[in-house]
Design a protein around this ligand. Structure first.
Ligand code: ATP
Ligand code: MN
Length: 467
């Protein structure tokens, strides 16, 4: 076969230099046609769109033609031709075809219209489908948008550790990290495991949040963000929780609650707009196949002001809804932690747009949140989104050493080994705050997918760590 440099399909589809000889490589989506002519839709992952390969059957070895089945991998040399019937401007008239990889009939993605449940059991091959191609191209774009957003605003990308010795991050159950022989654990006289001889000489876990280290970054570099893997061993088998997910955590010095809410809103709008501007083909595909309201919803978010509401005001709205006959499963009273039915009522029924809730009762929020003057509420913010629920959790941090210590003692927070965090409040403390956005929750929103397992290539959830 003549050696011609490969062109990606996304580039080929833009070109109009008909007559040029090109090489494309990719996987067969479909093959149709007659005894005389075969039409092969080829996809190489560079775009949702396929290029049509036209093969005059008589020019090729019939044994080779038989090997061109759905899923097979081909290298095709051919001539660019203006196309009438393929839905694109250009197609390839094949001159030489090499089957790089045959695809037997037990290819798990052979049939169209398989359920997402089925595809999860074949997560290694679901990547070859149109839907997952679209989702993961968008996921890439969102990562770029995030770095771009922060870089443009002078935030520094700050790497916080994945292995941590602090057990007070308080955001859920942790996965322990050890090199100890679990079949032969040394214990002290009280039966407690001795960790002196473990790799780090103490108990360590995978991080549930980079925030505490991020605060050290913000109180020195001014404004930072983290973007890394996060692990929570919470046994919540919901369509919104993973055991391993990616979190973005900006942390900013000299910020107050209003600035923080502005940052949250600007940030999400920037990412959603980025998707609308840069992922048009994939969004159109998802809008057609997955969720007919998707693009409308994305545009609405970019063009609307988010509602800003205190927790106390939200409780009133929910109580009025109940008085008006609305039924919730869980009770509503001042001090309760909202269940997702409450959050969704506010976002999807009452306001019908994103809501930023603030000033939560101190007892349902983390120890580090800044106390308001009422002594009852803290400067925490959650951003609630239609379909998703909580997408961001953030707060202004308590920067006063004595007030922070009082909360730590009141809440019995295990602060062993946390002297370094407290030092931020001891040496040149400053007002600061930040938030955490779950990357996959953003991807859920932007793609219209329903289950968080379908927006990360290799999901980790209770009892699943295949692939
Ligand atoms: P939730 O109430 O939904 O369990 P949380 O209050 O535990 O979330 P935070 O500790 O505030 O969450 O974490 C910040 C953000 O990280 C959340 O707003 C959410 O977007 C995301 N997040 C939290 N837990 C998970 C998880 N298990 N899987 C995926 N994303 C998560
Ligand atoms: Mn939260």
């Amino acid at each position: 076969m003549e050696s011609i440099r490969r062109t990606r399909i996304v580039e080929l589809l833009q070109r109009e230099d008909y007559g040029t000889k090109v090489n494309v490589k990719g996987w067969v989506r479909t093959k149709r046609g007659s005894k005389a002519v075969n039409f092969i839709a080829l996809n190489d992952g560079s775009t949702i769109k396929n290029i049509q390969i036209v093969a005059d059957v008589e020019k090729f070895d019939p044994e080779m033609i038989k090997l061109i089945t759905t899923g097979a991998c081909l290298s095709v040399n051919g001539e660019m031709v203006q196309s009438i019937g393929s839905g694109q401007n250009v197609e390839i008239q094949a001159l030489e075809i090499e089957v790089l990889g045959t695809c037997p009939a037990d290819f798990p993605m052979q049939k169209k219209g398989q359920s997402f449940e089925y595809m999860r059991q074949h997560a290694h091959m679901r990547l070859r489908t149109n839907t997952f191609g679209a989702v993961f191209r968008i996921r890439h774009n969102m990562a770029i948008a995030i770095h771009q957003f922060f870089h443009e605003r002078g935030f520094f990308y700050f790497h916080t550790p994945i292995i941590t010795a602090s057990d007070c991050e308080g955001a859920g159950q942790m996965f322990q990290v050890t090199t100890k022989n679990l079949y032969d654990l040394k214990k002290d006289e009280n039966g407690s495991i001795i960790y002196d001889d473990d790799f780090f000489g103490k108990t360590t876990s995978l991080t549930v949040s980079g925030q505490l280290e991020g605060e050290l970054g913000a109180t020195s570099l001014g404004q930072i963000y983290t973007f890394g893997p996060t692990f929570r061993a919470e046994n919540s088998n919901t369509p919104r929780h993973l055991a391993e997910f990616w979190m973005i955590e900006p942390e900013v010095a000299f910020i107050d609650l209003d600035d923080l809410m502005d940052l949250e809103e600007d940030f999400i709008k920037y990412c959603v707009k980025w998707a609308l501007d840069n992922c048009q083909d994939d969004l159109e595909f998802l809008n057609k196949m997955i969720d007919k309201g998707l693009i409308e919803r994305l545009k609405a978010v970019v063009n609307t002001d988010f509602v800003r509401l205190t927790y106390t005001e939200a409780v009133k709205i929910l109580e009025e809804a109940i008085a008006g006959g609305h039924k919730f499963e869980f009770p509503v009273y001042w001090g309760c932690d909202f269940a997702s039915e409450h959050e969704r009522y506010l976002v999807e029924e009452h306001f019908n747009k994103p809501v930023i809730l603030t000033d939560y009762p101190k007892d349902i929020k983390a120890f580090y949140m800044k106390m308001n003057e009422d002594g009852k509420t803290v400067q925490g913010t959650d951003v609630l989104f239609p379909q998703i629920g909580e997408i961001i959790g953030g707060s202004v941090r308590e920067e006063n050493y004595d007030k922070l210590m009082a909360r730590i003692e009141e809440m019995n927070i295990p602060m062993k080994d946390m002297w370094w965090y407290l030092d931020t409040r001891k040496f040149g403390t400053c007002p600061h705050g930040g938030f955490g956005l779950g990357f996959e929750r953003l991807i859920l929103f932007v793609t219209g997918m329903q289950n968080i397992r379908d927006v990360i290539p290799f999901p980790r959830t209770p009892k699943t760590a295949d692939f």
